[in-house]
Structure formats: structure tokens, C-alpha cells
Design a protein around this ligand. Structure first.
Ligand code: NAP
Length: 207
């Protein structure tokens, strides 16, 4: 697939490396692509860094890996380009969780408007295990995802599988509120039970 990843930080690099390895085309979108000359050394020679619009245009799927506080504005600004694409929102609201009970990804969908196809995913997957989808027991780590568009969910699930993870369908886009809210708890559990190794080792059934 043609995947656009907006952002060039930790999550963007890990996801991009994994999808490039799986044979996908990956276009990174940066606010300052001209400063990213050494990005190829980090992510791989096949990576391409564009401006935000260039990356969105190049992708069938657009993955939002920018800070949560920037996401709605970014989605609004590029709403026209984002309509008709599958948008995977991985951003975590933490203390900025919407007060009305909605998920962060629902605000992203609202910002894109009619025709938005937004999937929430990767919220509880830490950047340092994105390239270690198999945990110490030999099982794939889970990636929770949620969304309202079944066809888009199939695509997202396939992309999660392509990284070597186990996709876990958590329901509608509104169910992503529970994903948002679970992240601080999962980080606390990871610190306490996994000795803070940021392992993303939270598994449901693999049968
Ligand atoms: N780190 C994790 O383990 C983890 C796990 C799950 C979800 N998340 C979520 O994933 C998103 C990215 O996390 P990350 O750890 O990859 O962050 P990061 O390393 O700080 O990267 C964020 C990227 O967003 C872009 N960006 C756009 N607007 C920005 C702004 N105003 N200020 C700073 N950067 C801006 C930057 O790329 P350019 O400079 O090229 O524009 C930057 O490289 C966050 O929303 C976070 O909640 C993170």
C-alpha cells in the first residue's frame, strides 16, 4: 500500500521502518522536510520525506503521529485532502481527553468532516517495541484498534499484521474513548509489572 506518515518522530520512525520492511511505500510528512536529510539513515534509503500536503497526496492511508494537541488543527487544515483516505490516528490525549466523553479520534473525524474514515490504533504500543512485535514468550504483542468503517478496519488490521503484531478489534470509533483512557493505566501497569521496560506486553486471546 501507499502509506503517508505525518510526523518524523519516534512512532513515525518505528512504524515507517516496519512497513518499509513489509514492502509498502512510505511517505513521511514533515513541517520542515528540508531539515530531514539524515532521516534516510534512521529509517532506510527507501523512505521519502515530503511536506505535509505532499505526503498526504502520496498516501492511500494516512497515519497521524504528531502530538495530540496538534491533531485536530492538522486534520482541519488538510480536511479536503484527507477525505476519502483511511486515516489512522495514534495520538494519545492523556490530560487533554475530551470532556464530553468522546475519543480523541472522534474529534479528528469531526475535523475532517463528511467522508472521514478514521481508525484509532497503536495507542498502547510503545515506540521502543514497534520493531519487536514478538514478545519474550514468543507471542505477537497486541495492537488495539477501533473505528466505524469496516472496510477501513480491514485495511488497518492488515497493516498491523504486516508489522508482525496481533490486531485486536475494540469496536466502534466511540470505543476509542476507552482506548484513550486505558493508556495511562497501561503505562502504570507496565512500570509496575514489567519494571518500566515499556514493553507493550498486554495480550488477550491468541487462539
Ligand atoms: N512514544 C510512544 O511510545 C507513543 C505510543 C503510542 C502513541 N503515541 C502518540 O504518537 C504521537 C507521536 O509520538 P512520538 O513519541 O513519536 O512523538 P515525537 O517523537 O515527539 O514526534 C512527533 C512528531 O510530530 C511532528 N510535529 C508536528 N507538529 C509538531 C509540534 N507542534 N511539535 C512537535 N512535533 C510536531 C514532528 O515531526 P516534524 O518535525 O518532522 O514535523 C515530530 O517529529 C503522539 O501523539 C503520542 O501521544 C506515542
Amino acid at each position: 500500500m501507499r502509506i503517508a506518515i505525518l510526523g518524523t518522530g519516534r512512532m513515525a520512525s518505528g512504524l515507517g521502518k516496519g512497513w518499509l520492511k513489509a514492502g509498502h511505500f512510505v511517505a513521511f510528512g514533515s513541517r520542515r522536510p528540508e531539515t530531514k536529510n539524515d532521516f534516510h539513515a534512521v529509517v532506510g534509503t527507501e523512505s521519502r520525506v515530503f511536506g505535509i500536503e505532499g505526503a498526504i497526496t502520496a498516501g492511500e492511508v494516512v497515519v497521524l503521529t504528531v502530538p495530540y494537541a496538534e491533531t485536530v488543527q492538522l486534520a482541519k487544515q488538510h480536511a479536503e485532502l484527507l477525505r476519502g483516505k483511511i486515516v489512522i490516528d495514534i495520538t494519545n490525549p492523556f490530560a487533554s481527553q475530551p470532556a464530553d466523553g468522546r475519543a480523541g479520534a472522534e474529534l479528528t473525524a469531526e475535523a475532517i468532516g463528511e467522508g472521514a474514515s478514521v481508525i484509532a490504533a497503536f495507542k498502547a504500543n510503545f515506540s521502543n517495541t514497534l520493531l519487536e512485535p514478538i514478545d519474550h514468550t514468543g507471542q505477537p504483542r497486541d495492537v488495539f484498534f477501533a473505528g466505524g468503517d469496516e472496510a477501513a478496519k480491514q485495511v488497518a488490521s492488515g497493516l498491523i499484521t504486516d508489522l508482525g503484531f496481533n490486531p485486536v478489534d475494540c469496536g466502534s470509533l466511540h470505543a476509542a474513548t476507552m482506548l484513550d483512557l486505558s493508556v495511562p493505566m497501561l503505562i502504570e501497569m507496565d512500570t509496575r509489572l514489567n519494571k518500566g521496560r515499556r514493553t507493550s506486553s498486554f495480550r488477550f486471546s491468541h487462539e
